[in-house]
Design a binder for this molecule. Structure first.
Ligand SMILES: C[S@@+](CC[C@H](N)C(=O)[O-])C[C@H]1O[C@@H](n2cnc3c(N)ncnc32)[C@H](O)[C@@H]1O
Length: 365
């Protein structure tokens, strides 16, 4: 078996036993058993101990070192850690590998694998936005199984290809208190801007029928994540009832939900605003799909308090007020995202004619 074949077989199966669409070894963090133990040296503490390219190291030796220093994404945004710290100079060494023709390695596949793996090790050390595609694990409180999500490498404007801290916090809040927060009618819940699907999948596992929506380019990855987690959870007796459809807030009339005349008692939204146009778009979508004549109608919203977006948030509060909603409950909490610890804000908005307790929108953060 060639090294590339051994690795691709190894990397197509995660620890959880779920097959992944990964084609490179970017997420491999430990060594395939096929590797001879003599090439695995956790004692490399200095760049000079890394195999010198002048000595024409074998593909097994190079891949063993590259696998050893893969960064582990960890769980719940607390990852990006090395199981074994890379020696100083590792990135320079990996950069030399990427630039080398590797003429002494036989087989184009093995050379490609070494270049891909070295590039992945470099990219992993350049922060989340530059990181290669990855598979991540999220442990949500009170769920028997963790949620496994695939995240392709990010492109500048496709923020829905990454999971954001708000969705984990709101998922935890819902698994803790969904009987208190979501009406018992078990009507279908709408999620706007579902991204990688964490929150929607959790709602499905809790037994709520859900419609997950996002921009068209985000949906293939969202479907992939839904299918994989549905399979895992259904093996444990759950049967999430989750549909996925395109819904662009800037063009709600084009959506299937609009054409069917769908209305929803509960709409959930996690981390939706990062441009000055988003408040108006979002208010249009909420105004269109919320079931205003239902006394239980509500929008559950969670977002991070990013200092740069104070004005955009104030605008969102005003736009939600302008479509006849008022905040009735709110809370702050701290949590994590890939970029560190942040403060998050959670609120519930309802049609003003049905609420007794209302919070002044000028007091919102
Ligand atoms: C910061 S991400 C949050 C994703 C997910 N809710 C989470 O918390 O992990 C914002 C999401 O809003 C979606 N989005 C942005 N503009 C949108 C629009 N005009 N219509 C529909 N979805 C949009 C993005 O594609 C992305 O999935």
């Amino acid at each position: 078996m060639t090294v590339s074949r051994a690795l691709s077989e190894f990397s197509s199966e995660s620890n959880s036993g779920v097959s992944t669409p990964l084609t490179s070894i970017s997420s491999v963090v430990s060594l395939p058993t096929q590797f001879p133990s003599r090439v695995f040296s956790p004692l490399i503490t200095h760049a000079l101990d890394l195999p010198s390219l002048r000595s024409k190291p074998s593909s097994q030796e190079l891949l063993a070192v590259l696998c050893t220093y893969a960064r582990n994404q960890g769980k719940n945004f607390r990852g990006n850690e090395e199981s074994i710290p890379a020696p100083e100079g590792f990135v320079d060494w990996a950069t030399r590998l990427v630039g080398s023709g590797l003429e002494w390695i036989e087989g184009e596949d093995d050379r490609e694998l070494i270049w891909d793996s070295a590039s992945a090790r470099i990219a992993e050390r350049c922060g989340r936005t530059a990181a290669p595609s990855m598979e991540r694990e999220f442990e949500v409180r009170n769920l028997d199984l963790s949620i496994i999500l695939y995240e392709p490498s990010l492109t500048a404007d496709s923020l829905g290809l990454k999971t954001w801290g708000s969705s984990l916090l709101l998922a935890n809040r819902l698994t803790d208190r969904h009987q208190d927060l979501i009406p018992s009618s078990r009507r279908r819940v709408l999620e706007l801007g579902s991204g990688t699907g964490l929150l929607g999948i959790v709602l499905g596992v809790l037994g709520y029928p859900v419609l997950l929506t996002d921009l068209g380019e985000i949906l293939p990855n969202l479907r992939l994540n839904m299918d994989r987690n549905r399979d895992r959870f259904s093996r444990c007796g759950y049967s999430p009832d989750v549909n996925i459809e395109e819904l662009n807030w800037a063009d709600v009339e084009a959506s299937a939900a609009y054409q069917r005349g769908d209305k929803f008692e509960t709409i959930v939204i996690s981390d939706p605003i990062y441009s000055s146009e988003h408040p108006q778009y979002l208010a249009n979508a909420v105004g269109q799909f919320l079931e205003y004549d239902n006394p239980q109608a509500q929008v559950i919203l969670q977002l991070p308090l990013r200092p740069k977006f104070v004005d955009v948030r104030s605008d969102l509060w005003r736009k939600l007020r302008d479509i006849g909603l008022k905040p009735t409950r709110q809370d702050h909490e701290s949590g994590w995202d890939d970029f560190g610890e942040e403060i998050f804000f959670w609120s519930i908005w309802r049609p003003r004619e049905f609420i007794d307790i209302c919070i002044d929108i000028d007091s919102l953060p």
